[in-house]
Every structure is written in structure tokens, then in C-alpha cells.
Write a protein that binds this ligand. Structure first.
Ligand code: ADP
Ligand code: F6P
Length: 320
């Protein structure tokens, strides 16, 4: 019987548990033996593993976080760390590995696959910044969380005729900001992919909107292109409108996954385990136009994707 391992790595994302569940159940149904590796690559180097069975993944499809825990491991980035991890796989009899994480985790997968461990990556990150896939696991839940939180901030922003600058996560990408910004009807959405001018794109827009009778403002700022407290101060000074900053922070990484994330994670987890069982090749699993596909790791890591400029234009035109 073939033995595989599964781990979660990098920033956690809602739906990672659903992916673990699908990997474990598919593997066992297809006569494989599964080890759960704790704390990502850090646990792999130490051999921190647990036997998984059909019941170890009961009642987790609805839970945020990851039952295997996640970590960012500096040690694994070194040649020595990768060698140690590959040796540990061999010692534990792990022939194939499912890695649920982001781009950084996939670079680790690329290194391990060169050391003879077959690695299948599953994109799990709230940022949606993985080029080879239309959607990453956790992104839908995070944008819905942002929408719910901003709806609440809007209530008080409106009552006090204020401006709220709300900073959302996304690292260097603006997906969370753009899509949640449209959903909450933000007046201004600022993303790293599209450079902005503070005077023209923020201050002037606010003044023009005041002239149409608007009394409160919601600005969604992606963390990759500004700092909410600084921006709030500048807006208040230049417009005279009382302005508050809200940094949503790690609330965006938690919570019960949405239907979309549970289904995406289940499909990707199932696909990944089947690749290890029947094809035995390293790759990254992805969603393309509603279908689950895969790419060789080198190709997946060399791909790029652009924020949809049409979506940005739509947001801009209907925000005033
Ligand atoms: P994510 O996977 O969400 O992008 P990180 O960038 O923090 O998150 O990467 C997760 C882990 O993957 C890192 O802590 C490290 O152990 C490993 N990793 C990241 N980059 C590399 C790399 N270039 N080579 C090998 N391992 C890497
Ligand atoms: O990659 C996910 C993410 O939540 C980013 O949006 C954010 O920039 C980063 O991780 C935060 O990392 P940490 O949990 O280490 O503060």
C-alpha cells in the first residue's frame, strides 16, 4: 500500500480542513495510507506526524483554520532543511506529499520534488494571488467576511457622516479589496495593481461626491498599497471630513468556509489524492473555468495573472 503525507503551510485559509478531509478520504478509499504532517514544513523536518483514518477528518468540513496547524519555516528554505525533510519522507515511507498553501509553499514543493518526493500542491490562501488558478481556497470566505465587517462599519460611518478607510489583506494583490469593495459599494477602492494619485483619485473624488449630496464615505484600501491610519489623517486634513481608520486584520483569515470554498477544497483534495494514486507525478492543482486541472510545478510558478481591469472599471463607474 502506498503511503502519502498531507500538510498545510504558510498563512492558513478557511477551507484547508475541507481539503485535508478530501485528501484523506480519497486516499483511503483508493487503498492508500495517509500521514498528517503537523506545522507544515517545520513538522516535516522533525517527523511530527499523525496517522489519519476516515474518522480523523469527521466534523471538520465546516471549520476554519487547519487541524494540522500551519507554519512559516525559515529552516526549510535552506538546502540542509530541504535535505532533512526529504530524508524524513523516506524514513517515514512517504512516497507522495500533498501541500496545501500558497506560492511560497509551492516553491518548497518544487525543491522537494527535485529530491525525489512526488509533490502535489493545492492553492490555499485568502489572497487569491496564485497565478495558475482562477480561485484559491479561502478567498471566497475572506471576501464574504470583509463584506460583513464593512457593512457594520458603514452603519456607524453613515450615522456620524464620517469617512472610513478600511484596510484589507491580500499581501501584494488587490483581489480581496476589489471584489469586497464592489460588494459593499465602496466610494473608492485602492489596489496595488493600479497606481493611484492621492489628490486626484481620493481627495478630488470625495469633494466631487460631496457636491452630489453624499455625506459618508467608505474607502477600501488593499494592504499592499497604503496604510489606513496615515491615509485617514491626510483625508481629514485635506477635506475637513472626520475620518477613521479600520484595519480588519486576521479576522479575514478565520471563520467557517463558504459553500464555494468547501466545494472547491473538496474537489481539489480529491483530485490531488487521485493524481498521487494513479499518475504519480508532481504538479499544482488549479481551477480553470470551473474545471479542476493541474500544471507542472515549474510552469505553475512561472505563470502570471492580472486583476481584471473591466471589473475595476465597473467598480469605478458605479461608485460615485
Ligand atoms: P505561502 O505558501 O502562503 O506563500 P510563505 O511564503 O510564508 O507562504 O511560504 C510558506 C513556507 O514555504 C515558508 O515558510 C518556507 O518554509 C517555504 N518556502 C517559501 N519560499 C520558499 C523557497 N523559495 N524555497 C523553499 N521553501 C520555501
Ligand atoms: O497570505 C495571507 C496573509 O493573510 C496576507 O494577506 C497577509 O499579508 C499575511 O498573510 C499576514 O501574515 P501573518 O499571519 O504572518 O501576519
Amino acid at each position: 500500500m502506498k503511503t502519502i503525507g498531507v500538510l498545510t503551510s504558510g498563512g492558513d485559509a478557511p477551507g484547508m480542513n475541507a481539503a485535508i478531509r478530501a485528501v484523506v478520504r480519497t486516499a483511503i478509499e483508493n487503498n492508500m495510507h495517509v500521514l498528517g504532517i503537523k506545522n507544515g514544513y517545520e513538522g516535516l523536518m522533525k517527523g511530527d506526524v499523525v496517522e489519519m483514518n476516515l474518522r480523523s477528518v469527521s466534523n471538520i468540513i465546516n471549520r476554519g483554520g487547519t487541524i494540522l496547524h500551519s507554519a512559516r519555516s525559515e529552516g526549510f528554505k535552506t538546502e540542509a532543511g530541504q535535505e532533512k525533510a526529504a530524508e524524513m519522507c523516506k524514513a517515514l515511507g512517504i512516497e507522495g506529499l500533498v501541500i496545501i498553501g500558497g506560492d511560497g509553499s509551492f516553491r518548497g514543493a518544487q525543491d522537494l520534488s527535485k529530491r525525489g518526493i512526488v509533490c502535489v500542491g493545492i492553492p490555499g490562501t485568502i489572497d487569491n494571488d496564485i497565478a495558475c488558478t482562477d480561485n484559491t481556497i479561502g478567498y471566497d470566505t475572506a471576501t464574504n467576511t470583509v463584506m460583513e465587517m464593512v457593512d457594520k462599519v458603514r452603519d456607524t460611518t453613515e450615522s456620524h457622516s464620517r469617512c472610513s478607510v478600511i484596510e484589507v489583506m491580500g499581501r501584494d494583490a488587490g483581489y480581496i479589496a476589489l471584489y469586497s469593495g464592489i460588494a459593499v459599494g465602496a466610494t473608492i477602492i485602492l489596489v496595488p495593481e493600479i497606481p493611484y494619485d492621492m489628490e486626484k483619485d481620493v481627495i478630488d473624488v470625495m469633494k466631487r461626491t460631496v457636491a452630489t449630496g453624499k455625506r459618508h464615505f467608505v474607502i477600501i484600501l488593499a494592504e499592499g498599497c497604503g496604510d489606513a491610519p496615515e491615509m485617514a489623517k491626510e483625508i481629514q486634513e485635506k477635506t475637513g471630513i472626520e475620518t477613521r481608520a479600520t484595519i480588519l486584520g486576521h479576522v479575514q483569515r478565520g471563520g467557517s468556509p463558504t459553500v464555494r470554498d468547501r466545494v472547491l477544497a473538496s474537489r481539489m483534495g480529491n483530485y490531488a489524492a487521485r493524481v498521487l494514486r494513479y499518475d504519480d507525478r508532481s504538479c499544482i492543482v488549479a481551477e480553470h473555468a470551473g474545471t479542476i486541472v493541474d500544471y507542472p510545478i515549474d510552469k505553475a510558478l512561472s505563470m502570471t495573472k492580472q486583476l481584471d481591469i473591466d471589473v475595476y472599471r465597473t467598480a469605478h463607474e458605479i461608485s460615485i
